[in-house]
Design a protein around this ligand. Structure first.
Ligand code: SAM
Length: 251
């Protein structure tokens, strides 16, 4: 999937490519990427664009041979190395299509490193289309200028995740029944935020999470938030307190 800017684009088009980029490397694009650059944007010889590969960073490239179905590019020079990504995982019970797509898009923009769909007792969605979610993550990364994609894990059962939970990763367990406000609890270091399904966690799940030494119950305020709202609010709070929103950015 490729980002669709407002017309005319104010900045150079920006695409993810699933191969390692290097100085002067030739590159041929086809499929959706070629259609977007050749057909939608109608880029001609010498037109410039930005590429990133999730491995080496972001590169300036230009069109060597235009085309609508297939075009050749020349990689000109590296613009930025791959960024360091704040070490935050989002563990979320799958919700309905539309909402889950939105959640993945926004969590990518907000900067999470890893997205993990978690199957709980009250999860109502039992099939998760990881390829579709990955396409949404890529489109969001293209649009928000990330040079690193979030990792998208296969769905996992909550009990299996808890059994193997890494001791050094704080598990912020969003519990609408109460806990420490996340703005107080967030500290730098590897972390994960666990968000339940629309029906909430069962008492047994709550007890199982509480038994993990790295788990910390956290509150997101007095109102019951929808799962997608809760996830994004928690990511924003963690990023501001312990992630990469805590220092100034120059563009
Ligand atoms: N158990 C609830 C019910 O059915 O009334 C609602 C669950 S809520 C829609 C979905 C998830 O969002 C919860 O499991 C929790 O992880 C998170 N959440 C929502 N509001 C929250 C709050 N105020 N504090 C902490 N977590 C919250």
């Amino acid at each position: 999937m490729v980002a669709t800017p407002a017309w005319p684009p104010a900045s150079l088009p920006r695409l993810y490519v699933d191969r390692q980029l290097a100085d002067n490397a030739p590159l041929v694009l086809d499929g959706a990427a070629a259609n977007y650059l050749g057909n939608v944007l109608r880029l001609g010889v010498g037109a410039q664009l930005k590429l990133f590969d999730d491995r080496t960073g972001e590169w300036l490239a230009e069109i060597a041979e235009p085309g609508k179905k297939r075009l050749s590019l020349r990689v000109v020079r590296r613009l930025r190395p791959r960024e360091p990504v704040p070490d935050l995982w989002l563990l979320f019970a799958p919700i309905k299509r539309g909402r889950i797509d939105w959640l993945v898009e926004k969590a990518t923009e907000l900067g999470v490193a890893r997205l993990v769909p978690v199957l709980t007792g009250r999860t109502i969605v039992d099939r998760v289309n990881i390829d579709r979610l990955r396409a949404h993550a890529i489109e969001a990364a293209e649009q928000c200028e990330r040079t690193a994609l979030p990792e998208l894990a296969d769905p996992a059962k909550l009990d299996a995740l808890l059994r193997n939970w890494p001791a050094d990763r704080t598990l912020f367990f969003a519990d609408e029944r109460g806990g420490t406000p996340l703005a107080e609890a967030a500290v730098p270091g590897p972390a994960a935020i666990l968000i339940g399904p629309e029906g909430g966690f069962t008492d047994a799940e709550r007890a199982a999470v509480g038994a993990v030494p790295a788990a910390r119950p956290i509150s997101l305020g007095p109102r019951i938030l929808r799962a997608d709202t809760a996830a994004l609010a928690a990511i924003a709070l963690w990023m501001a307190k312990a992630g990469d929103w805590s220092h100034s950015v120059a563009r």
